[in-house]
Write a protein that binds this ligand. Structure first.
Ligand code: PGA
Length: 262
């Protein structure tokens, strides 16, 4: 049975003091997480190690927000997949829309980073999403599927089970985002699932973890998690405080427990 996933990327937020507070405040909530709920946290690079040291004992996985596609060498300012692994990361977030829009991330560079992560046994968490314009033009599906196909170019059937894909509509993310309805979120993820079935077959495609992200909050988390193509939630603002993350854990828990009983 597939687990339910719940995690957060902190983007470029928090001081060392705030991270230490978070680490302390989240302990209770993480210690009560059932086996069928996979939690994860993706802090900025400088805090990855301290977060990993504090939460992995509870089974929570830790990730980084980016890596370089190269293994080592003259790439000033970059961090490799093996360096991310060294500091306790097991997940690599790749292709978030903020990186695509502001830091020249392309479908091609996403693919190279996905392959670099998989080669080291790290789990790429690939973010794809349609822009507001693409939604207006009714090409959301085409855009999302294109991003997924290029991200997974050359990813073998042996590697695909270790991939996570997050559908994050660009128009739904952040302060100015309009939260996607559960139906819109499901439509995006079922388009992705369809593309995965075509490429890898139904059995393998069904093993790939599919997340929804973009203005997830306590009021919509339960409706989203009940959608058939949604295996988990990838949260920003609502999970940055330990109390917010703990609240979301408590909201999705009943769905995990009912899964365990099945
Ligand atoms: P948000 O961010 O939950 O604050 O909208 C989501 C994301 O960027 O993944």
């Amino acid at each position: 049975m597939k687990k339910i996933w719940l995690g957060s990327s902190w983007k470029m937020n928090k001081t060392a003091t705030e991270v230490a507070e978070f680490n302390q405040q989240i302990q209770n909530a993480l210690s009560e997480v059932p086996q069928s709920l996979q939690t994860f946290l993706i802090p900025p690079f400088p805090y990855v190690q301290s977060v990993a040291e504090s939460v992995t004992q509870h089974g929570t996985r830790v990730g980084v927000q980016n890596i370089c596609w190269a293994e080592a060498g003259a790439f000033t300012g970059e961090i490799s997949a093996s360096m991310a692994k060294d500091i306790g990361a097991s997940i690599v977030e790749i292709g978030h829309s903020e990186r695509r829009a502001m830091f020249n991330e392309t479908d091609h560079s996403v693919n190279k980073k996905v392959l670099a992560s998989l080669n080291l046994g790290l789990t790429p968490l690939i973010c794809v999403g349609d822009t507001f314009d693409e939604k207006q033009w009714d090409v959301s599906r085409e855009s999302i599927v294109r991003q997924v196909k290029i991200a997974l170019f050359d990813v073998s059937i042996d590697q695909i089970e270790n991939v996570i894909i997050a559908y994050e509509p660009v128009w739904a993310i952040g302060e100015n985002g309009i939260p996607a309805s559960a139906i819109e979120a499901e439509e995006g993820l079922s388009a992705i699932k369809h593309a995965l079935v075509t490429k890898y077959g139904a059995e393998l495609a069904n093993k790939i973890v599919l997340l929804y992200g973009g203005s997830v909050h306590p009021d919509n988390a339960q409706e989203l998690i009940q959608q058939p193509s949604i295996d988990g939630l990838f949260v920003g603002r609502s999970a940055w405080e330990a109390s917010g993350f703990a609240k979301l854990i408590s909201l999705v828990k009943p769905y995990c427990e009912s899964k365990e009983e099945q």
